[in-house]
Design a protein around this ligand. Structure first.
Ligand SMILES: NC(=O)c1ccc[n+]([C@@H]2O[C@H](COP(=O)([O-])OP(=O)(O)OC[C@H]3O[C@@H](n4cnc5c(N)ncnc54)[C@H](OP(=O)(O)O)[C@@H]3O)[C@@H](O)[C@H]2O)c1
Length: 431
């Protein structure tokens, strides 16, 4: 019984998890596939380092060695980064190797061309691990939910920021302290910008929107703001109002155009996403037939990510054994991308104002001029020394563009010292 040859590009966190799982689950996987899987090559940068679970002969630093081996049927890319990962994936596909990748950056930026290349060469390109780690979401969107007109994706898809936001809510600490703690525990990189600026989540959302709405989406189509401006006071007000603050990735099609954003958002405490804490991820999908489904679980880590990577490997290996050709992906169509202001939401506005009478009247007047009605007002944290006060306003539903236009006026009022955070709100009272 000839084995199905597998090569790994990368043996770090995820690659190490794949190697460990292959070692532990070998006989089970043989039974599942009908033939054993054989790990033939492991590509790394540093071949001198000892690698537990890998024979030294399998370690290489040369992609040509991997692609020159005719017994390799499946190439698993878990190196990360855009290049040379994209180049190696393209070369593997052109050499008629099936590819499994965990690389959200490559799939978000180059997924369409790589999927076309795979189809052209009659091989599969699978990427379940690229979004949500261990959570099955690519496969459900590609298959199980196909009968639906999907209307919305709302997701928490970055574990680092969710860990930090959970800590800020629980411990009352500020952004800098939450980041230091996440870095100490290894949840945040020394350079955290990809996570805290929402870049990582935007890659994942672009992939999800492309699949869910069958449209061509680039990461730049996702409007993005990170969590760096959030302070302990925002969490205090959120709690007082009955909300959590989450970095929400959300995509929907409005008037035939895509509105996609990654931004800190007030999420009502009775919404399931408000209770997704720590490093957990969750993806909520809404469709005309299925209503609402929620996928929740570990979005990262060697075990969960290996679970997703190996599911793709096993599925491809079964196809190879039974001689089933790869299924074609649904062809995406071009879509107009709407500015985020096109969507309506309720908003939380935190302002520092001069502590004197009629300030609220002036601000509410500007909001009224833009047809934005106020739902609630909290006046708190008066600084008697500076003679300023903090004003927290929540609004009824309004277009983001109206909020932005009103803020332009409010920002320059002589009674306004600073516009703090302005965040959309989901769930809770509908108005
Ligand atoms: N970490 C997670 O939990 C997680 C979850 C979901 C998806 N992902 C995705 O999985 C991928 C891998 O992440 P990771 O955390 O496992 O990364 P990692 O720990 O940094 O490991 C990267 C591995 O790739 C090798 N490598 C990097 N650049 C290379 C190059 N130019 N040539 C040859 N080998 C190279 C490294 O070799 P050396 O060992 O010699 O340095 C290392 O073995 C990324 O795309 C990431 O976004 C990760």
């Amino acid at each position: 019984m000839s084995a199905v040859g597998v090569a790994l590009l990368g043996a770090g966190n995820v690659g190490g998890g794949v190697i460990a799982a292959l070692g532990a689950g070998g006989s089970r996987y043989t039974a599942t596939v009908g033939r054993p899987l054989e790990l033939r090559h492991v590509l790394v940068r540093d071949s001198a380092r000892a690698r537990p679970g890998i024979g030294a002969a399998a370690v290489t630093t040369d992609i040509a060695t991997v692609l020159g081996d005719p017994a390799v049927a499946v190439v698993v890319e878990v190196m990360g980064g855009e290049e040379p990962a994209r180049d190696y994936i393209a070369r593997a596909l052109a050499a008629r190797r099936h590819v499994v990748t965990a690389n959200k950056e490559v799939m978000a930026k180059h997924g369409a061309s790589l999927l076309a290349l795979a189809e052209q060469h009659g091989v599969s390109l699978r990427y379940e691990a690229a979004v949500g780690g261990g959570i099955p979401i690519i496969s459900p969107l590609s298959r199980d939910l196909l009968a639906n007109e999907l209307t919305a994706i709302t997701a928490i898809i970055n574990g680092t920021t969710n860990y930090m936001l959970t800590g800020m809510a629980r411990d009352g600490v500020d952004y800098a302290q939450a980041l230091a703690e996440a870095q100490r525990l290894g949840y945040a990189e020394p350079d955290p910008s990809a996570d805290v600026e929402g870049i990582d989540a935007a890659y994942k959302l672009a992939i999800l929107c492309g699949l869910a709405f069958h449209v061509a989406v680039a990461p730049e189509d996702v409007a993005r703001s990170g969590i760096t401006r959030l302070g302990a006071r925002d969490f205090r007000y959120a709690r007082e109002l009955g909300y959590a603050i989450k970095l929400l990735a959300s995509g929907r099609v409005v008037d035939g155009g895509l509105v996609a954003s990654v931004q800190p958002t007030f999420v009502a405490l009775d919404e399931p996403l408000a209770r997704v804490d720590g490093v957990l991820n969750a993806v909520q999908i809404e469709g005309d037939l299925v209503d609402r489904v929620l996928f929740e679980g570990s979005g990262a880590g060697p075990g969960p990510t290996a679970s997703a990577v190996l599911a793709d490997v096993l599925d491809i290996a079964r196809d190879i054994v039974v001689g089933r050709p790869p299924g074609a992906a649904v062809t995406p169509r071009p879509v107009a991308v709407h500015a985020p202001g096109a969507a309506r939401a309720r908003y939380y506005l935190r302002l520092t104002v001069v502590d004197r009478p009629r300030v609220l009247a002036r601000i509410s007047g500007v909001l009224g001029d833009h047809e934005i009605s106020i739902a609630s007002v909290i006046q708190a944290e008066t600084d008697e020394h500076a003679r300023t006060a903090e004003l927290v306003i929540t609004t009824h539903q309004a277009p983001g563009s109206a909020i932005a236009a009103a803020l332009e006026v409010i920002r320059v009022l002589d009674v306004v010292v600073e516009v703090g955070n302005v965040l959309p709100m989901v769930g809770g009272a509908r108005a």
